[in-house]
Structure formats: C-alpha cells, structure tokens
Design a protein around this ligand. Structure first.
Ligand code: IVH
Length: 749
C-alpha cells in the first residue's frame, strides 16, 4: 500500500468515497478468492485493506455502509449451494503448449495401445468458461452441478434452468444421461452486462469467464436468469446406454437431442491435420465472439478411449493444446519473500499493475534465487543470462491459468542505481538460517514448526480442498485464528478443540465477534465435527509432508490401510531409511573422488559399504523395501515421510491431532471386480496390451500391481519369455496364468 493521509485528517466526503472504494475492492477480492481460481490480492494486502476499512468506520461510524466488508468475514459460512457428488468424476485436461506436443500425444496414445496404424481424433475449441454437468432422467432435466473439485460440485439446478441453450426436456434420450459442457458468455453480452452494471453502480467483471462464473453461481436464480449465459455440450458423464461408438458420433447425437455443440469441431486423421485445424481456429479466435484458450483433441473411437482410461486427474485420450501465452511490459516495483509450508523461500515480483490478456496482473512468481540471477538448475542461462533487479522494466507473460512469470528484462531501461538482488540467507519470518540442499534450487527456512509462516501455511494446507476441506474454514479464517490470542489455532489438533475452548471462554465468544454470528459459528462447529471422520488418504495428504502429494497419499493409504500400520512401517524402516541416506552421501562422495582421481566411480561398493557399516536389521530393510516399492513412492518421498515421523515435535503434533479423529480406511476401488484387492505381477511379453495398459486396467479394477513376486503376490500373469519371476512364483506357490486367462478373468468386469 502506498503512504496514505492520516485518517484523523479525512473529510466526510473523502471517507465516504474511500469506504465505497474499499467495499468494491474487498468484494472483488472475496469473489476472486472464494471461487478459488484467481486470488488477486496477497493475504497481507487484503488484511491491510480490511484494517483500513475498519479504521475508517471507527472514525466515521455514521458512514458505515450497509454492505460493509467488516460484516462479511464469516459471512460466507454455511451459506451457499448444496453439494452434489458426481456419479462419474469431472476431470481436467493435460495441457500442451508446443506444436511438437501434438505428435508426442499421438505417439503416446498409440504406444499405450500398441497401434501402428494412424488414429482419428476430434479437434474442437477449448471454451474459456466454466464446466457444468446436466443430469437428465427419462428426458427431464433433474440436476445441474458445477465441477467443484471434480468429485463433488455445487447444485446450481435452478440457475441452469434459466439458460436458454439448456433444454429442460429431451426426446429419445437414454433414460439416464449426464451432459457436460461449458457455460460461457459472449463478448457482446459481456460488454453490455458490464455497461449495465456500471450504470447501476454495481460490480463489473474482469473478463467473460468471471462474468459467466459470477452469474451462474448466484444464490438467487432470478439474477442468473437476467444474465445472458450460453452453453456448449462437449462431453458426458453417467449414461444408461452408450450415445454412439465414436466421440464425433456422440457429439452429433447431443446436437440431435437439442444441445448446442461447437461448429468448429472436426475429425482429424493425423497430427498434421490436427495442427492445421488448430492454426485455423487460432486465426478465427478474435472474431468468434467468445473466449477460447486453445484446442482440445480427443481420441475418436470410444472403445479406445475406454482402454486408455485415466490418470489421477486427466484422461489419457485427450489433451488441451493451449494458445501461446500473452505478454506485456511493466515495472518491477519490489521483490517480496514468501515462506511456504515446507519452508521454501519464494521470491515474488510486485509489479506495476498491467493488463495481460484481459486480466490485471500485479504479482508474478520469481521461482528461486537462480531464476532471479538468470540461470536454471543446470546452470544454463535463462533470459540470455539477464538478472532481474528491482526497478527493472520486465516482460510478463501468462499462459492460461498459470501464475504469471517474467519472460524478459529490458536492460536499456534499467535504472542507473539498480543493484543486483541479494537473496536472503535467513528466514524473513523467524530469522532461522535458510539453507539450500545440494542439488536443490530452493532455499528453505530451517525453523520447522517454530517458523510462524510455515505453521500457518501448513494449517492452510491442512484445511484445503483436497485435505480436510472444512467449509467456512479457509485460508482467511486460518490466518485469523492463528493470530488470535483468545481462541488460537496453532496446529491442526487445535481446530478440533475450537468449539469446546470457545464454550469455556468467559470473556468473549466467537459468535459475538465482528463478522461472526450465531448461525455462522454453529455452522462452523458442525463443519469441523463433520471432518472428525476422515479418509486415511486425506489425512496423510493434509499433514503436508514434503513430497507427499495427493496421489502418493492415496497410494500409501491403499497399501497400508490404517494410520497405525503406516506409522509402524515407517518407524520399523527408520534404520534402513538412514542407511539409504548414508548410501546416497557415500555415493556422492565416491563420485566426486573418482572424478578427481580420473577413474570410474565404484558406486555399488560405496553404497554397500555405507549400508553395511550401519548394521541394519533385516526387518527394517524389508519394511523399507516395501515402503519404496509402493506405486509412485520412491526413496525421496519415503525419506521425507520417515524424517517427518521421526521428528519428535512433529510426531507429537500428529498424535494430538489423531486423538480427535476416526480415520477411515480407503474404499476398495471396485469391490465387484474379480481381482479387487488382489496383488498382481505382470512378466514376460504381453501381446494384447502394453504393460502400461495392463497395469492401469488392473488398478482400475481394484487390483494392486507389484513389480516383484513375493509371498503376498496373488497372481502372476506371465507372457512368453517370463524368467526369474516365474521361478519365484513357482517356488512360493503363487498362482500363474497367461495373458488370455487374465483377460478372461477380468472380462465383463
Ligand atoms: S473435454 C475428461 N472439451 O477445459 C475431460 N473440456 O482444462 C472432459 N473445456 O474442465 C473435458 N472446452 O471445463 C473438454 N471442448 C472442450 C472444452 C473443455 C473447455 C474445459 C472444461 C474442463 C477444462 C479442462
């Protein structure tokens, strides 16, 4: 914030204007924040505005507005839309940015399917709006839901009914049909809406996407009805019977049922045709009359789509080819340092606000100290090696939803007094040393839990959507409680004692505070209680351990089934984990020495000697092997998990948390499948499918695919050329079948 006149010297008129400005700014910030797609203010700036508003209101109580931001801290608590769990998850798309990515995508698809022949793909514009799932039963529109987190969306049925492009009734449709597509607003309608809003003194929108989102997500459907929203259908969810055999056929069918489908959808037969259509769409982009941000390619054959299946959050059979990033030049005003959940010290560029592709950008990421200096992790030059200095004239770019970055620096505009940026070597929040590990480009605060920035970021992560997802307890409320002396939340366990501590507080109850009321507090306590039962995977992810992401947390949960089993395995494997670390160090040392002595490094010997010196018990080694052979769990992740659980303070904090929880084991993915819960190993040559497909298919049916045969293996699927694994299976008495028998086993599943 720039320097401001002392509040005591304000006139009433000035104060009134400023309160109006603050109300608008904060409302916009709240909207951006709560939609969770584009928070446009830093938390510190938001809080500063909020304080300024409160100070002005205290000085001029008569001027307090009816829509005062002070009354809206917890205003969103418990309000809003009902939740709808999607019968079929709503996924996102993998992005591609380069022309070459298109051929790579086609190559990946065909190699996954082991197809030498060309494949057909649909290519269509990627509409820049928000996705919506419409459920029809016996031809009647019964439900409309936003994407939400992909698993659960918001019930916006009443609002969707007001959109002219969305049919209320269908004839000749499957008895259950979920149509998915994009809600958007045309450029002309967006301009007219903003003009109306401005004339009425209301809020205007930054771009058509925000306008569409803000209009659909209105609690009062009559407001949605007055907004000119449109809808393109491009996909489907649950179905009682297939729509067609191909993607293009299915889209055709949706068009026949009365949906708007995009007229620029084409069937292409090679990456070259796909690219040509991409260029064609790009050339028309400015005159289409609505925003698009790329082209989506989808495998046309639906039986191949189903063989290809999904990764964690994206289908293997589709990709979004984005249009190039948008660019703008502006001044770098300051470099701020933020401390993340795992202590990472991240520099952030504060920019003179500039519009980049319709969005005002005032912050950009600077990644790390090497990036500011102009070299990447391999020591190679970025921006031709130009460093970034405060005061520089910089080129900002943003591609789609990604955080803006700095593409270039104009050295001819560099102020004479600009000095190279001195990256801090201590944490700006807790003054602990900030260190860089060998080979890591990130400097980290070593303060751990004593660092308030790490503690608060961990709490924010803990309540985030993929973690505990507590309604009404978002980043803002966490900051408030973290700083609160009466009702503090300093670690996750404190969240679960909030209600009882509030009841014990004689001085001031939360419900009497500004921004809270009876109802919002009751709702908050209920939302917290609701999460006392928590799936194991969410708990593991919520702990925010470095390297332990959502997918790894799910893998760990599936493998160990309970927190106690996981913790016991990690404890048991601790000596082996330390031996692994010692072996890494010995290897690095041996490599360095060998380079100096100009000989080949004896890596294996060095590692083995380091491990032998620690005399690790076989049980520990076995537990470590089991931990690191889990899908997607390598030694780096396992070591981080091991360190976290071996840290006494951290472990105590986790135990305090778990005392409040009932941890639920993961749901078996597909209990009805004949292979659910079984551990399967594939070996030898598979002829009808690739290894990747076999693994993905088995996992989607609830089986666990392991890399080696052990006493825990249930089935070995052996193709021609099976070697040592077949022998192991024989020795251990593991059931062995060939590929055809496996396919017969899972057919119909
Ligand atoms: S297909 C399983 N087609 O892009 C994937 N998505 O980045 C289903 N989108 O969430 C999506 N235009 O909101 C598909 N022609 C199109 C699209 C499209 C826009 C959006 C959609 C999705 C997001 C993924």
């Amino acid at each position: 914030m720039t320097a401001q006149k002392d509040i005591d010297q304000w006139t009433e008129a000035e104060a009134r204007d400023e309160l109006a400005r603050l109300a608008a700014l904060l409302a916009a910030a709240n909207e951006a924040y709560h939609r969770r797609d584009a928070p446009d203010l830093s938390d510190a700036d938001y809080d500063a505005l909020k304080r300024r508003n409160a100070d002005l209101e205290a000085r001029f109580p008569a001027l307090k507005r009816s829509d005062s931001p002070s009354d809206q801290v917890g205003g969103a608590l418990g309000e809003g839309f009902g939740k709808i769990r999607h019968e079929v998850r709503m996924l996102s798309l993998e992005n591609a940015f380069e022309d070459g990515d298109v051929a790579d995508f086609d190559g990946r698809v065909r190699s996954y399917l082991n197809l030498a022949t060309p494949l057909a793909y649909t290519a269509e514009p990627k509409i820049d709006g928000l996705s919506l799932s419409l459920r029809y039963e016996h031809g009647q529109l019964v439900q409309a839901a936003t994407r939400g987190d992909g698993e659960t969306g918001e019930n916006v049925t009443d609002n969707a009914r007001t959109i002219a492009d969305i049919p209320q009734r269908l004839t000749g449709a499957p008895s259950v049909l979920e149509v998915r597509g994009e809600v958007y607003m045309s450029h002309a309608d967006f301009a007219a809406l903003n003009a109306r809003q401005a004339a009425a003194g209301g809020k205007t929108f930054a771009n058509p996407r925000n306008a569409a989102a803000g209009s659909l997500r209105q609690l009062d459907a009559t407001i949605t009805a007055a907004r000119p929203l449109r809808f393109f259908a491009y996909a489907w969810g649950a179905l009682s019977e297939p729509l067609a055999e191909t993607q293009s056929g299915a889209i055709q069918r949706l068009a026949e049922l009365g949906f708007e489908t995009n007229p620029l959808t084409r069937l292409c037969h090679s990456p070259a045709e796909m690219l040509a259509h991409y260029k064609g769409i790009e050339a028309q982009r400015a005159t289409l009359g609505y925003d698009i941000d790329g082209v989506v390619y989808k495998v046309d054959d639906l039986s191949l789509q189903s063989r290809l299946g999904f990764r964690a959050t994206t289908p293997r059979w589709a990709i979004a080819h984005k249009f190039p990033a948008e660019l703008a030049w502006t001044r770098l005003l300051a470099i701020d340092i933020q401390v993340g959940r795992t202590g990472a010290i991240s520099p952030v560029a504060r920019l003179q606000p500039v519009t980049v592709g319709g969005v005002v950008v005032s912050n950009a990421t600077l990644h790390n100290e090497d990036y500011i200096l102009g070299r990447d992790s391999k020591g190679e030059a970025i921006r031709d090696g130009k460093d970034i200095r405060v005061g520089d004239w910089v080129q900002v770019y943003r591609a789609g939803d990604v955080i803006p970055k700095i593409a270039d620096v104009d050295l001819s505009q560099r102020p004479l007094d600009a000095v190279p940026y001195a990256f801090p070597h201590s944490c700006p929040e807790c003054q602990s040393p900030a260190e860089r590990e060998e080979g890591d480009s990130i400097r980290r605060c070593t303060g751990g839990l004593i660092c308030p920035a790490q503690a608060v970021e961990r709490l924010k992560h803990f309540v985030s959507r993929a973690a505990f997802d507590i309604e009404g307890l978002g980043a803002k409320q966490i900051e408030m409680f973290f700083a609160d002396d009466l009702l503090p939340v300093r670690e996750p366990a404190d969240i679960f004692t909030l209600a009882s501590r509030d009841a014990d507080n004689l001085l001031q109850k939360l419900k009497n505070r500004e921004g809270f009321g009876d109802r919002s507090v009751t709702n908050l306590w209920a939302a917290i209680d609701d999460k006392r039962r928590i799936p194991l995977a969410r708990l593991i992810f919520a702990l925010g351990m470095r390297h332990v992401g959502e997918v790894a947390a799910q893998d760990l949960a599936r493998h160990y089934q309970s927190w106690d089993a996981l913790a016991a395995a990690v404890d048991l494997s601790r000596p082996a984990a330390l031996a692994h670390r010692a072996a890494d160090a010995a290897e690095a040392e041996e490599r360095a020495r060998a380079a100096q002595e100009n000989r080949r490094p004896k890596v294996k010997e060095a590692r083995e000697a380091a491990i032998a010196a620690l005399a690790v018990l076989p049980e520990a080694t076995a537990a470590w092997q089991e931990l690191i052979t889990g899908d997607g769990i390598g030694p780096v992740l396992a070591l981080s998990l091991s360190d976290a659980l071996a840290n006494r303070d951290e472990r105590a904090s986790i135990n305090r948390l778990i005392a409040h929880l009932t941890v639920l084991p993961p749901e078996a993915r597909a209990t009805s499948s004949p292979v659910a819960g079984l551990t399967v190993v594939f070996t030898g040559t598979l002829e009808k499918m690739t290894r990747a497909e076999a693994k993905a298919r088995a996992e989607s049916l609830g089986a666990k695919v392991a890399g080696s045969v052990s006493a825990k293996t249930d089935i070995l699927v052996a193709g021609p050329g099976a070697g040592s694994k077949a022998k192991d299976a024989e020795r251990l008495g593991v059931k062995m079948i060939d590929e055809d028998a496996w396919l017969a086993l899972i057919s119909g599943a």
